[in-house]
Ligand binder design. Sequence first.
Ligand SMILES: [Zn+2]
Length: 274
Amino acid sequence: MKAIKIEEPKVCPFCGAPVVRILDDGAHLYCSNPDCSERKLAKLNYFVTKECMNIDGLSQKTLKKLIDNLHISDWSDLYTLTYDDFIAGGCGKKTALKLVDEIAKSRTEVPAERVLMSLGIPMVGKVTAKELLEKYGSFAEIERVAKSNDFAEIPDYIGNEVGKNILKYFRLNENKDLQNVYKYLQTTYVKSSPTVSNNKLAGLTLMATGTLTNFSRDGIKDSVVENGGTYASGISKKLDYLIVGDKAGSSKLKKAEELGIKQLTETEYLNLIK
Ligand SMILES: [Zn+2]
């Protein structure tokens, strides 16, 4: 069989700018023009998909309108848009309302590995994103390793070349994506099986509501499990303690009171696991 040689495109078919290989991953070519609206559209379109941030209502057509009318260029721009912005961007009232809602939901509800995957780092799909977080535990730790020059820290199962490219990506973009993750998203990686460090909460079921000072939403779950307790998904008679943080929802508190569930402040919880 005769091999057919395919010519690589030298310029972006949309804006005519030269294409480049940003990273040494061989097969992937990118438009070199950061202002190329097709490049922006492709990145944003990937970011909002169901597999990634799952922002329903941002069709390719709507994204294009927002890029053209509001000059958004990066995923983080989505998190700065208000209802009025969406209207100004050409969305109808119903869509604008839905988008405000959907984007707010994506801030807190998307698991960390999907957030990492959504950034569109070449070669970082679902599996690699999960492996990276499983290894480093948090975005902050990935940032630390990316800033260091110690590639020896990259585990074999991720692969040295893939690993190098990932770290290079974060360095080249000066960790802008990571800073935006901290700024706009509330996400904490929960390791597949937290190890129980003590049994202070053995036999107890707890849940937290509101904002805590020492724990993120997932962090408090980890802490309860690590101390041998069970973390509840809702308020019921099975609950032993409700940890009450700042701005706790009044309906939850009312329900807990009606059921006679003991409430703890964050300090009381910390004393309980000390
Ligand atoms: Zn282009």
